[in-house]
Design a protein around this ligand. Structure first.
Ligand code: ADP
Ligand code: ZN
Length: 850
């Protein structure tokens, strides 16, 4: 049913409608109108992927129908080209996802076609694994077949026809199945078609679609919630019902619909169990749930719990084959998959009847995509929940300050409203215990309000319209799980002042005496430990002690990191360096050089500086030769499978200590881990970013949370050169609220997010002069657009890393106390084609790092 591709330059013209507006999978920042050929009128619908000719050569391109319209705004409709065909009828972007994509395109300054392209997995677009299934139907009247059966001899044909007669009139059966059931070869069936007895119809399908690839028998039943969990669950429950009228059998709830629920729960407080039980409710209503996790590879335990609890779970991870990915997509689109667990792009799962969204570890910066479209999975999730009118549950032990501030403010506003209006039924039924829990949060709110009132000259930013609920703002809810499950206590954190340690023991020691002692002790008792060092490689500086030369990357303004060759575990650092049995890696452009024997400047011997996981590994081997340990970083863990295997060994206690980067800080739940050592609590604090403190707090709290999850109490040894730093102090107490309140006050004072909106524009070019000139021109345009608004244009200035992979980089930062004016400035410059004209201009709205 698809017209053959037309030769270039010979396209018929079509002045008559209807027309299709098509967003092309290219950096074309507007939809283009195409005429719908007569044969396709009625078949072409919004959300379809279509083939269209583009440019002078009429090269076929793919795009998505964004509208069907009777007329076109083109000046000369006779020049409008016809659409070439529908790419795949089964691939259809549902209306809410279409709307979501339009919002993303506007909000993140990304061409709509590119947003839509990233919504559909490439396995689906490439039709990986698609085959044909042939269906068989009787082609002659049943009486005639009956008569044939009574007199004919051919037993095989009779078996086939007899089976077909058992079908209800007009029904068909899959050819392979029919052959099997009749005990004949498929060809025997096909021959009957040649004889006119049956008709065959081939349908495009994914083989195995209907087979039970998804159905894994649920092996786990729900745990009885503890008191804290029950309170949280009871609070959310009314909001989990379908909105009035959606499901006749359920009492429509006044609180149903869109709501944002931020669950602040300390590590090991049983947040996941709350997610599971909420989802159970939603599935019981015949609706589906999407669960976002930061990185599946790093959280296999969490993903597995969903599979163990529910039958039809699609886990979207990077290790899936393209065929399976395609199959999953279809199973999601047909509602066969009920729970979809995946990293950020899982938010685009085309579920037909969404009931709720869960975002685990909502603070994780890996939710942000660093390529076009530069979206934040958590924010897109909130927007989708709003569009689909469903609740979203965001969980974290260390919520992002953006989300914490927004929800707290909105929840306070909502509560105030309800004190006056008091209409919501659930508030009447809420028990008093629930009140006491709310009370804690309210107290914080009030103290905050008081603190804010003092400096009331600072205007509070409004929530962007995209994240605001339809009716009142009371659909924001702050919930908390302040204690660990089963009465377990949070691990005790001990701080080791490394300055003092150095004085005491002369020279740099990677392990303080205390950590050394505790590590030996822990292992001797048969327990396990996790050691964190947030930097891979061996040492992050290669430096000449005589002339101070530091080896930098040839292509980037970055020092190179020394990586020791693998497999040579016995040589000491010095010998390794002089024998140059290792390489220099650039973590930015991934360039690899051999380690120079001598300083390229003065010819003296180079030395290694700064810590990396390899260095700690070497020290471990020297100090604790009997401890079985593994280094876990992206150098040793090349695939999700490596990591799974390693976790398996750790679970079976074949490994006593895991030493690694932030990879091991997340989500791991091993009851036998009683010790967590943070080799250097300061590495993240040193980042040149206003979120450095937030990152440090999150990382320490998260990794500390791995200890003491079983019946044995946990202990954390935190080594730092900055023991008095307030962030380190808050992390020691694992006092999120204390940290957040202090940090929010300082962010507010200097007007940083969440009290400001930011966008960052990075320009790059091989030539330094050219990038500077382009950046200055763009900054000029932005300044004109921002005139008379409260949007500040900062820059252009060279980026923190001024050159990467041979490209010089300049940045312009836009900052405003509120989102709307900033969006307006960007939109006006974008409308003039200045932002999406080249791949060398990258716009990042709400950047997670600067
Ligand atoms: P979080 O996600 O907050 O870190 P989890 O949901 O992973 O916490 O729970 C930590 C551990 O406690 C898990 O092993 C889980 O099975 C267990 N758990 C959760 N809820 C309960 C409960 N109500 N009673 C007993 N154990 C529980
Ligand atoms: Zn480089």
């Amino acid at each position: 049913d698809q017209p053959a591709q037309l030769p270039a330059r010979a396209l018929p013209t079509a002045a008559e409608g209807p027309f299709a507006a098509v967003a092309i999978e290219k950096s074309v920042d507007r939809a283009l109108d195409y005429a719908i050929p007569k044969t396709l009128v009625g078949s072409v619908v919004v959300g379809q992927r279509v083939r269209v000719p583009l440019g002078r050569g009429n090269k076929p391109n793919f795009g998505y129908v964004t509208a069907i319209k009777p007329t076109t705004d083109y000046r000369d409709p006779s020049k409008i080209k016809p659409l070439l065909g529908i790419d795949d009828k089964r691939v259809l972007i549902p209306p809410t996802l279409m709307e979501l994509a339009c919002w993303m395109s506007r909000y993140y300054i990304a061409p709509l076609g590119l947003v839509l392209e990233c919504i559909i997995p490439s396995a689906v677009k490439k039709r990986t694994g698609v085959g044909y299934i042939t269906f068989v139907q009787l082609a002659k009247p049943r009486e005639e077949v009956q008569a044939f059966l009574e007199k004919a001899k051919a037993p095989k044909r009779r078996a086939v026809l007899a089976r077909l007669l058992q079908l209800e009139p007009g029904h068909s059966v899959e050819l392979l199945r029919l052959a099997k059931e009749a005990g004949v070869k498929p060809n025997t069936v096909r021959k009957l078609a040649g004889l006119g007895w049956i008709s065959l119809k081939a349908e495009v399908d994914l083989p195995g679609m209907t087979a039970d690839t998804l159905v894994v028998p649920a092996t786990e039943v729900s745990i009885a919630l503890n008191e804290d969990q029950q309170k949280v669950f009871d609070d959310i429950l009314p909001r989990l019902s379908p909105p009035a009228g959606v499901d006749g059998s359920t009492q429509p709830s006044p609180s149903a619909g869109f709501s944002v629920n931020l669950l602040m729960g300390v590590t090991g407080s049983g947040k996941t169990e709350v997610y599971l039980q909420c989802i159970e409710r939603v599935l019981a209503q015949g609706r589906q749930a999407i669960v976002l996790v930061p990185e599946i590879a790093l959280t296999p335990q969490t993903a597995r719990r969903f599979v163990a609890r529910f039958g039809k779970v699609a886990i979207l991870h990077s290790g899936l084959s393209a065929g399976t990915r395609h199959k999953y997509w279809q199973q999601i689109a047909t509602g066969q998959a009920q729970v979809i667990v995946g990293a950020r792009s899982a938010i685009f799962a085309p579920v037909p009847n969404l009931g709720m969204i869960v975002v685990d570890e909502e603070h994780e910066s890996s939710y942000k995509q660093d390529q076009l479209p530069r979206y934040h999975g958590r924010d897109v999730a909130v927007k989708r929940a709003q569009l689909e009118k469903v609740p979203i549950l965001l969980g974290s032990a260390t919520p992002s300050l953006e989300m914490y501030e927004r929800v707290r403010r909105e929840a306070t506003a909502g509560n105030a409203e309800n004190h006056h209006g008091g209409t919501e039924a659930r508030r009447a039924t809420r028990n008093s215990a629930d009140h006491s829990q709310r009370h804690d949060l309210k107290q914080i709110d009030q103290s905050r309000v008081a603190a804010g009132a003092k400096s009331s000259s600072v205007e509070l930013p409004s929530v962007p319209p995209c994240l605001r609920g339809d009716s009142s703002s009371s659909n924001y809810h702050l919930l908390s799980l302040p204690r660990r499950v089963r009465g377990l206590s949070l691990p005790h954190v001990e701080v080791i002042d490394m300055k003092q340690e150095m004085r005491m023991r002369r020279g740099v020691n990677l392990f303080s005496q205390r950590l050394e002692y505790m590590l030996t002790n822990t292992v001797a008792q048969g327990h396990q430990a996790i050691l964190l060092l947030n930097r891979r490689g061996y040492s992050n500086y290669v430096h000449c002690p005589s002339c101070q030369h530091v080896v930098t990357c040839k292509y980037c303004d970055k020092t190179m990191t020394y990586h020791r060759s693998t497999g040579e575990h016995t040589l000491s650092a010095k010998i390794m360096a002089s024998a140059h049995a290792g390489q220099l890696h650039c973590h930015y452009c991934l360039a690899v050089n051999t380690l120079p024997t001598q300083c390229p400047e003065c010819g003296k011997l180079l030395s290694l500086f700064g810590l990396g996981t390899q260095r700690v590994e070497e020290e471990m081997q020297r100090k604790f030769p009997d401890i079985k340990f593994a280094r876990v970083d992206s150098d040793t863990m090349r695939s999700a499978k490596d990591y799974e295997e390693l976790l398996g060994k750790f679970g079976r206690k074949e490994i006593q200590v895991m030493l690694g980067t932030q990879m091991i800080a997340k989500g791991l739940d091993y009851p036998n881990v009683t010790l967590v050592g943070v080799i250097s609590g300061d590495t993240a604090l040193a980042l040149p970013d206003f979120r450095a403190a937030e990152r440090t707090f999150q990382l320490i709290t998260q990794v500390a949370g791995r200890a003491g999850r079983g019946d044995l109490p946990g202990r954390v040894i935190l080594q730092t050169f900055l023991p008095d730093d307030p962030t380190i102090q808050a992390a020691i107490k694992q006092d999120y609220v204390g940290f957040a309140e202090r940090e929010l006050i300082s962010r507010k004072e200097v007007g940083l997010p969440p009290f400001a909106r930011m966008a960052r524009i990075v320009l790059r070019d091989e030539e330094a002069d050219k990038v500077q000139q382009t950046a200055e021109e763009l900054a000029g345009e932005l300044a004109i657009a921002a005139a008379g608004t409260n949007v500040q244009i900062k820059g252009p200035m060279p980026c923190a890393v001024g050159r990467i992979a041979g490209y010089f980089r300049h940045q312009i930062v836009l900052q405003s106390p509120a989102a709307t004016p900033l969006q307006r400035v960007l939109a006006s410059v974008r409308a003039r084609g200045l932002l999406n004209k080249s791949e060398r201009i990258a716009v990042d709205v709400n950047p997670v790092s600067l």
